[in-house]
Design a protein around this ligand. Structure first.
Ligand SMILES: Nc1ncnc2c1ncn2[C@@H]1O[C@H](COP(=O)(O)OP(=O)(O)OP(=O)(O)O)[C@@H](O)[C@H]1O
Ligand SMILES: [Mg+2]
Length: 360
């Protein structure tokens, strides 16, 4: 077991609440009542400056992060995300292949399936780095949860549902602006990503300086290799990356590019996920898997040529889609629905934990 995950021994077990309690009561901020203050970004005077696009108050302890300087001949200096041991990106160059769905369900599976031998529930968070099209609040049932609050030091406090703390642009815009498109140039995007990476307090009790941070922060990436991917990979030491693909050949080329992007910054992808492999018709129809988007062989060939493990093969399941739209991801469903998908995510969590434990 690596030192990084060794301290998985400790007291508390968070419990997930029932679906009927999902509204308001199951949504929480981290327990730091005396330090919290409301944040009304939308009520501030014009905030969108290049240096501070999220309009966070500054103090001397938390200077704005700077883009790393490339030392002569060497790679840019990377920094840890405060109070986070492992950062795991869920990525794909292609849009709509299921990155956010995989990120949300994988984060919950990591949370609910502790690594073998650990005596306490792992601490897992989910950061939505899709600045232009955030999905995490919807997938986690936090769309109406309001704005993120601030610590006394001016750091953002995550919003939690299903026991999973999350941060997203949606929480920073205010209810009346959340449905408006964000129209920002590259520099603004880079700075916003830096603030989301370095200005969130992920500790379980931010008012207590000794309180524990996260074992793993899962990052839901936007599609492509643009500003967000560049900023993340240059600034942060990633422990791994999960690359999501669908079976179509048009997606496979993007999968190759996604792996190459991480390779370029010295991060070996943890593995590939093949989403929407097939559809199993409901009984009494014959139980023959239908490969709606083509055969898996080209994907298998690609995984082999890249030397990467396949972390999971997810079928097309209506329960996945309904679950996401309802803010109740499929891995939390207690009935028969989405049975195969739930099994795949459980196995995926085990493999990802094992990969993270190999990291220092
Ligand atoms: N295995 C699946 N079965 C059924 N529906 C799925 C599955 N995977 C994803 N979906 C649905 O496909 C749609 C797109 O998924 P998602 O938003 O996760 O993709 P994405 O790659 O994050 O998209 P974007 O590039 O826009 O961020 C969603 O409606 C989701 O519910
Ligand atoms: Mg997405």
């Amino acid at each position: 077991m690596s030192a990084a995950l060794a301290p998985l021994a400790g007291p508390s077990r968070t419990t997930c609440r029932s679906l009927s309690n999902i509204a308001a009561s199951s949504i929480s901020r981290l327990p730091s009542a005396p330090l919290r203050r409301p944040r009304h970004l939308h009520t501030f005077p014009p905030l969108a400056s290049h240096e501070n696009p999220l309009g966070l108050p500054r103090n001397t302890d938390r200077l704005p992060p700077k883009m790393p300087q490339r030392s002569r001949g060497g790679p840019p200096a990377k920094r840890p995300v405060p109070n986070v041991k492992h950062v795991l990106a869920v990525s794909s160059c292609k849009g709509g292949v299921g990155k956010s769905t995989v990120a949300a369900n994988l984060a919950l599976s990591l949370l609910n399936n502790p690594p073998e031998g650990s005596e306490r529930r792992p601490r897992v968070g989910l950061l939505d780095l899709d600045i232009f099209g955030p999905s995490v609040p919807k997938l986690l049932g936090l769309e109406q949860a309001g704005e993120a609050e601030l610590t006394e030091g001016g750091a953002l406090l995550p919003l939690t549902n299903h026991g999973l703390p999350t941060m997203s642009m949606t929480y920073l815009l205010g209810p009346e602006k959340a449905s408006n498109p964000i129209v920002w140039r590259g520099l603004m995007v880079q700075k916003a990503v830096q603030q989301l990476l370095f200005d969130v307090d992920w500790r379980s009790t931010p008012s207590d300086p000794a309180s524990a941070g996260l074992d793993v922060l899962v990052i839901d990436m936007p599609p492509g290799t643009g500003d967000v991917a560049l900023t993340l990979t240059q600034l942060v030491q990633l422990s791994g990356a999960v690359i999501v693909s669908t079976p179509q050949e048009v997606a496979l080329e993007d999968t190759r590019k996604g792996v190459a992007m991480f390779d370029k910054v010295g991060v070996k992808a943890t593995g590939l996920v093949l989403n929407m492999t097939h559809y199993m018709p409901p009984p009494p129809l014959p139980q023959d898997p239908l490969p709606l988007f083509g055969p898996s062989e080209p994907f298998d060939k690609l995984a082999k040529s890249l030397g990467l493990p396949v972390l999971g093969r997810l079928p097309v399941e209506p329960a996945v889609s309904y679950g996401g739209d309802a803010g109740w991801p499929v891995v939390l469903k207690s009935d028969q629905e989405g049975g195969e998908t739930k099994r795949v995510f459980k196995k995926m969590a085990e493999v990802v934990w094992a990969a993270l434990r190999e990291k220092a």
